[in-house]
Ligand binder design. Structure first.
Ligand code: MLT
Length: 276
């Protein structure tokens, strides 16, 4: 564990393993760094250091009060600043959903910090007008109630959409409980701010053909928010990208089916050129 200061904010991060080669994990909305814990041993066993920040507004990091303080570009600048602060040169960057939006913004704004990319359950295009309106409605609700709880169950239902080959059984209940706890512990200002960041994010589709690092695109077969056809198109647009479709998983493939996710991740790490 560690902390560093970005833009006057105290940022908490998990830090395991050792070495110059690192994997940086960026969490989705509205989660925190610990959502990546099942993947840490894979990276550590591959001889890499693991770093995972709680983004501003989440987990143990500072929570800016104003929604104008939150943007995908700002989160991306934080990730690049953390890489520099830790003295790491180039890292494998892993992002899920909102974390993927941020990873793509890092690829655009700070390509020199990347040795590889894993884009999980995410997309390059921006919100539709309807999607923006839904986020605005959610912001208004959280602001009015001063509480995120009314949104948790609805979000969980969308995120853990029953996958065609999923069993909907104990694993789903366990993952739902873990994610539900993370959601309920998110500060209202952090929740509202991240919705603002996602609502305002720009289209990264034109960036995809210029991504020049090895890339793995992963998607849960039942992901209702960033579905398989979106992942397929993204993998096709990124030169040389591999695609892994994770059975029995919805929008949080790393937790819903860690066995398949970790196998694909481990294979990906093993294919990276030495020294990257
Ligand atoms: C996430 O998991 O980060 C969110 O579902 C992303 C989004 O709402 O666009």
């Amino acid at each position: 564990m560690g902390t560093f200061t970005f833009d006057g904010l105290s940022i908490h991060y998990l830090d395991e393993g050792a070495g110059d080669q690192a994997v940086v994990f960026v969490h989705g909305f509205p989660f925190r760094a610990s959502m990546w814990e099942p993947q840490f041993p894979v990276a550590v066993e591959a001889g890499r250091r693991v770093v995972a920040p709680d983004l501003p507004g989440f987990g143990r990091s500072a929570v800016p009060a104003e929604r104008s303080a939150y943007s995908i570009d700002n989160y991306a600048d934080l990730v690049a600043a953390l890489v520099g602060d830790l003295g790491l040169e180039r890292v494998v960057l892993v992002g899920l959903s909102m974390g993927g939006y941020i990873a793509l913004a890092v690829a655009r704004r700070h390509p020199h910090v990347l040795a590889g990319l894993v884009l999980a359950d995410t997309r390059a295009d921006p919100d539709s007008p309807e999607g923006r309106q839904t986020r605005s409605d959610h912001q208004a609700l959280v602001e009015e109630r001063g509480d995120v709880t009314p949104l948790v169950d609805g979000l969980l239902t969308k995120i853990l959409a029953p996958a065609p080959s999923g069993d909907g059984g104990p694993r789903r209940a366990e993952v739902g409980a873990t994610l539900g706890d993370m959601m309920r512990s998110t500060a209202p200002a952090g929740w509202i701010g991240a919705l603002e960041a996602m609502k305002q994010r720009s289209d990264q589709t034109d960036l995809l053909p210029s991504i020049a690092v090895p890339t793995l695109v992963v998607v849960g077969e039942g992901d209702a928010l960033a579905p398989v056809d979106v992942a397929e198109a993204m993998a096709k647009a990124i030169p040389g990208a591999r695609l892994e479709i994770v059975p029995g998983a919805g929008h949080v493939a790393n937790l819903e089916n860690p066995e398949v996710f970790n196998r694909a991740f481990s294979e990906f790490l093993s294919t990276l050129p030495t020294g990257s």
